[in-house]
Design a binder for this molecule. Structure first.
Ligand code: ADP
Ligand code: ZN
Length: 721
């Protein structure tokens, strides 16, 4: 009798056994359709001995329906799924769902109908039709996607189809991607780059596990060196995965890739259309996709023959997922490389302390690029002490910064002001009664966005229009904005330098690839004098005329009091400073701070990276913090405040008593209300050698909770809110 044990995509089900009907062939990794009650569900055939479950007698087994038309998940990927679930205390099902993340891809070859403008005109023009036709110039997509693009209803577009204005096009869902060529435009590397590239290329050719930490200052040409590793993988007929933080997936990077390899890479990120996801997924699984450039979720895709992983900007905290499976893509990338026996390159100008420690321990091979490419110099960094040279009342830019910007204007050079706060003001209150505008779903203030005339919650997306009168006391025209966001800084620049052309660069203003491309083009052509931006501008951009960077508030990141606050501030300021002076002209960085003597600020000003890392390392060692000790968090939430508190207290009351594990809390989370759920946290601090996951599994596994309570485990947390 032929049986199969399945890992189901629904964690509540547990492993299930099925009969394999005559004539059907399954192997471990096969993705199959199985009957479940009246429904059919997806499962993955797994090694029985690795997925323990009660053995159901043969006679009671139901037959599998079919094997889905995709390659079986390879053993290397199955081991990665197991490792990830085990390490992050997640269910196998939730990790497997990240692998099978395109429903359409599992359906096999298909064609679909897309629509595009035919050039014809409708019998009758309406404002909506006109809007749609203007918006859809050059686009081809499904009706639903076109409706999204043009902001008109699907009904309007169907009308245009009937009129022949939109014509159908049959598209092969899996049409091939244009091939990338390793030899398309080979660069001439300088000696330092060549040494690094040679190490990468050798490791790719040898097809062995080799973790590298590529530590190179901003503008040193790190990208160029790992492009050579990609070229080696292409020559060897193997796939490359390049992981980038979502915000660094810029036009600029893609253009650069195309210039080097003659074709665009396969893209993978959260806002792909479902048809693009399907096409990408199938090309990755078949091996046709040579190079995939993606956000963290690209890590779990079923590559047919992976040859290299690159994690660029590897220090970025956005590689850590804070919901669902709370994994760190940087760390899982190294594990994946290990299972696949391939090299992995972590590239950064400001590596995470954890990565530097791995290099110091000899686990990662560290390669350095110590100077900028082409003789460009690193910018000089100076602090402005805001207590000594304060801005004028109601303003945020101190006189020395304003003067420096004026000087740039006079020379036709560009300035960049960095403030990691979207919107106009982080807090709005009533001058009359002191009422603060708070999100109804979160314990957070609403942020005023003046450009879009909105009060918005940055945690849940809740939005309202700012009212004319205070909702508390009814007084009219009494709302005041407190504190600056980028929009307010832009207003201040416009007021102080009236002739300056100012651009705000945030995820609000550059929210489509087109807008981002237009911004880059404008900045490159010199049509912008001052860029005011959030974290979005700290990486990827290369504007030769940009010679001044002003950090509006370097103390902001230090206020949160989280474990990595100093490191994050260091990284953010060093990265944004790295935008200055990348061309022939030297750059200057001015940091506004109230604490010029804080170790992290002093290290930045002195350009003494080693001193900062050494001090930070000692502080972490002393605190038993990563990488010397381990942290884990338990997050309890419910829509019912009492229920959340009781569950958290019960977890607290049953805490294990262990020598090498300290357990703090439960306490209300700093964000005690998030998206309508009340939250409590426990924090676990353990010795490096402690088996934290086993401790947590035993502890929580012995408890049951009401169905409204969610208990999440965050191993190696990055967020403490
Ligand atoms: P990093 O990623 O280290 O900040 P980049 O790879 O972006 O640095 O390189 C900085 C700039 O120098 C880019 O404009 C890049 O095109 C250029 N560059 C780097 N190496 C070379 C090279 N070997 N030949 C030509 N241009 C290079
Ligand atoms: Zn909210």
């Amino acid at each position: 009798m032929n049986r199969a044990r399945l890992l189901m995509l629904n964690a509540a089900l547990g492993p299930l056994d099925y009969r394999v009907p005559d004539g059907m062939v399954v192997v471990p990794g096969s993705v199959v359709l199985a009957p479940l009650g009246p429904r059919q569900v997806i499962g993955v055939v797994w090694e029985e001995e690795r997925l323990p479950s009660q053995r159901v007698p043969d006679a009671r087994l139901r037959p599998l329906v079919e094997v889905l038309p995709v390659p079986p998940l390879r053993a290397e990927l199955r081991r990665l799924i197991e490792w990830t679930a085990d390490y992050y205390c997640a269910s196998l099902a939730s990790v497997a769902r990240m692998v099978l993340s395109s429903g359409g891809a599992l359906k096999g070859p298909a064609t679909m109908t897309e629509y595009r403008l035919s050039g014809g005109m409708p019998e009758r023009m309406t404002p909506q039709r006109e809007r749609a036709m203007a918006a859809l110039e050059g686009e081809q997509a499904t009706i639903r996607e076109l409706a999204g693009l043009s902001d008109v209803s699907e009904g309007v577009l169907r009308g245009l189809v009937n009129q022949g204005v939109l014509e159908p096009v049959a598209v092969d869902c899996d049409r091939p991607y244009p091939p990338a060529s390793a030899d398309f435009a080979e660069p001439v590397l300088n000696d330092a780059q060549q040494d690094v590239a040679d190490r990468f290329v050798a490791a790719v050719e040898e097809h062995r596990f080799a973790p590298f930490l590529l530590d190179g200052v901003t503008g040193s040409g790190k990208t160029e060196t790992y492009f050579e590793a990609i070229a080696a993988a292409i020559r060897a007929g193997r796939q490359t995965l390049v992981l980038l933080p979502e915000i660094a997936l810029t036009e600029a990077f893609l253009r650069r890739f195309e210039d080097r390899f003659g074709a665009a890479p396969v893209l993978w990120h959260s806002s792909l259309k479902s048809t693009e996801r399907r096409r990408g997924w199938r090309a990755i699984a078949s091996g046709e996709a040579q190079v995939v450039v993606g956000a963290r979720s690209a890590l779990f895709l079923p590559y047919a023959q992976l040859g290299l992983i690159v994690v660029d900007e590897a220090h970025e905290t956005s590689f850590k997922q804070d919901e669902g499976v709370r994994y760190n893509a940087r760390d899982v990338a190294v594990m994946r490389a290990r299972f696949e026996r391939i090299p992995v390159i972590l590239a950064s100008a400001t590596p995470a302390l954890e990565s530097l420690q791995m290099a110091a321990a000899g686990t990662y091979e560290k390669l350095d690029l110590e100077s900028r490419y082409g003789g460009a110099t690193l910018p000089a960094i100076t602090t402005i002490n805001l207590t000594e040279e304060p801005p004028e009342r109601g303003r945020w830019l101190a006189p020395p910064l304003v003067e420096a910007m004026q000087a740039r204007m006079a020379r036709g050079e560009q300035s960049l002001l960095f403030l990691n706060r979207r919107g106009f003001a982080p807090l709005t209150l009533c001058r009359n009664c002191g009422h603060r505008f708070q999100c109804p779903n979160c314990s957070a203030w609403l942020v005023e966005h003046r450009l879009s005339h909105r009060l918005a919650c940055h945690h849940c997306g809740h939005e309202t229009t700012p009212p004319d009168a205070c909702p508390e006391c009814g007084e009219k025209d009494c709302l005041v904005a407190c504190g600056p966001g980028v929009e307010r800084i832009a207003d201040e620049v416009a007021a102080t330098l009236p002739e300056a052309r100012v651009a705000v660069a945030t995820s609000d203003t550059l929210n489509t690839p087109e807008k981002a491309a237009a911004f880059v083009a404008a900045a490159e052509s010199g049509a912008i004098d001052v860029i005011v931006g959030t974290q979005l501008v700290t990486k990827g951009f290369h504007f030769p005329e940009l010679t001044l960077v002003g950090v509006v508030d370097a103390d902001l990141g230090l206020e949160g009091g989280d474990l990595r606050a100093a490191e994050r501030t260091y990284q953010q300021v060093a990265q944004v400073a790295g935008r200055a002076g990348r061309g022939a002209k030297p750059g200057e960085v001015l940091i506004q701070t109230r604490h010029p003597d804080a170790p992290v600020i002093a290290a930045l000003a002195a350009g003494d990276r080693d001193a900062f890392y050494e001090a930070e390392t000692e502080a972490r060692r002393y605190a038993g913090a990563p990488p010397f000790g381990r942290w884990a968090a338990i997050i309890v939430s419910s829509e019912d405040e009492a229920e959340a508190r009781e569950a958290a207290n019960r977890i607290g009351a049953t805490r294990p008593n262990l020598l090498d594990v300290a357990i703090l809390g439960p306490a209300p989370a700093p964000l005690s209300l998030l998206r309508g759920r009340y939250r409590y946290r426990l924090l676990i601090n353990a010795r490096r050698t402690a088996q934290v996951q086993d401790v947590i599994r035993d502890w929580l596994g012995a408890l049951t909770f009401p169905s409204g309570v969610r208990v999440g485990v965050d191993i190696d947390p990055y967020s403490f809110v």
